[in-house]
Design a protein around this ligand. Structure first.
Ligand SMILES: Nc1ncnc2c1ncn2[C@@H]1O[C@H](COP(=O)(O)OP(=O)(O)OP(=O)(O)O)[C@@H](O)[C@H]1O
Ligand SMILES: [Mg+2]
Length: 247
C-alpha cells in the first residue's frame, strides 16, 4: 500500500525566497514521523502547503490516495488531515472559529461550554478528551486562563475532537517546561497508539523528536537534506553541518 501522505516535488516561493524546493517525502499510516531542520528551512511552509493554507507552486500532495494539492483547508480537514500551530495566538483564533469551547453549559463558561446543543455522546467524548489531556479539573476555566503549556494540551484535545486520521503538529513542545514536555510526549504517543492517529511532527527539541519519532526527515534551505531513523539522522554529517552552519 502506498503512504498515507505522499509529497512529490513540492515547491513554494515567496517573492525571491524559495521556501520549499522540490521536496519529496512520505508519511506511512499509523506512524510517528518527525520533520526537523534549522530555523527558516521551510518546515512550517511545507505544513501550510499540505493543509491547503497556501498551495504549492509545483509538485503534488496526496493523502490516502486522493489528490489534495489544490484543495481548501476545510475540505482537507474533513478528510481527517488536521494541523496544530506553532504560535498559540493562532490557536485562540482557531478556538473561536471552531466553536470548540465544550463545557460547563449551566455556568455558561469554561472549556466545555456548549456553543450549540450536542449529543450526549459528543459531550462525553469532549470530557474524555479533556481528561486525556489532564484538563478535566480545569473545565470551568476559559482557555485564556490556562497556562501556555495547558493551552497546547487543549489544542491537542480540540484536534482529537475532530477524529483526525493524521495530525500535523508544529512544535508541540515549544515554550513548555520540561516537566510538562514529558506529559505532552506521553499523550502524543497514546493518541497514536490508542486512537490510531498518524503523527507528523515538527520539533526543534532534538531529545523530544528522537524519543517520539520512528522516522525523521530533515530540511535545510528549503530542500530535503536527509531521511532515516533517529539514530541515522543523529549521526548524519549533513544534518550536523546544517545545524552547526545555522548557528
Ligand atoms: N507567508 C510568507 N511570506 C513570505 N515569506 C515566508 C512566508 N512564510 C515563510 N516565509 C519564508 O520562507 C522561509 C521558510 O520559513 P518557514 O516558516 O517555513 O521555516 P521553518 O523551518 O518553519 O522555521 P522555524 O524553525 O523558525 O519555524 C523563510 O525564509 C521565511 O521567511
Ligand atoms: Mg516553523
Amino acid at each position: 500500500m502506498s503512504a498515507q501522505l505522499a509529497i512529490r516535488g513540492a515547491s513554494k516561493r515567496f517573492g525571491g525566497v524559495t521556501a520549499n524546493d522540490d521536496i519529496s517525502m512520505e508519511v506511512p499510516q499509523g506512524r510517528i514521523v518527525g520533520l526537523i531542520g534549522p530555523n527558516g528551512s521551510g518546515k512550517s511552509t511545507l505544513f501550510n502547503s499540505i493543509v491547503g493554507y497556501h498551495p504549492v507552486d509545483g509538485g503534488s500532495i496526496r493523502f490516502e490516495e486522493r489528490e489534495i494539492t489544490r484543495m481548501r483547508t476545510a475540505e482537507i480537514a474533513r478528510l481527517g488531515l488536521i494541523r496544530t500551530f506553532q504560535q498559540t495566538h493562532v490557536f485562540v483564533q482557531m478556538s473561536c472559529m471552531q466553536n470548540m469551547a465544550i463545557g460547563d453549559a449551566e455556568a455558561g463558561r469554561g472549556l466545555l461550554r456548549l456553543m450549540r446543543p450536542v449529543s450526549a455522546e459528543t459531550r462525553e467524548r469532549a470530557e474524555t478528551l479533556l481528561a486525556f489531556c489532564g484538563l478535566y479539573g480545569k473545565r470551568h476555566l476559559m482557555a485564556g486562563e490556562l497556562s501556555f503549556g495547558q493551552r497546547k494540551l487543549l489544542e491537542l484535545a480540540m484536534a482529537l475532537m475532530l477524529r483526525p486520521r493524521m495530525l500535523l503538529l508544529d512544535e508541540p513542545t515549544a515554550g513548555i517546561n520540561p516537566t510538562l514536555i514529558k506529559g505532552v510526549i506521553e499523550r502524543l504517543q497514546r493518541a497514536n497508539r490508542e486512537f490510531g492517529v498518524t503523527l507528523f511532527v515538527i520539533e526543534h527539541n532534538m531529545r523530544v523528536i528522537m524519543t517520539l519519532a520512528e522516522h525523521i526527515h530533515c530540511l535545510a534551505h528549503g530542500r530535503l537534506l536527509a531521511s532515516g531513523s533517529p539514530d541515522e539522522v543523529r549521526r548524519d554529517a549533513r544534518v550536523l553541518d546544517a545545524y552547526l552552519g545555522a548557528r
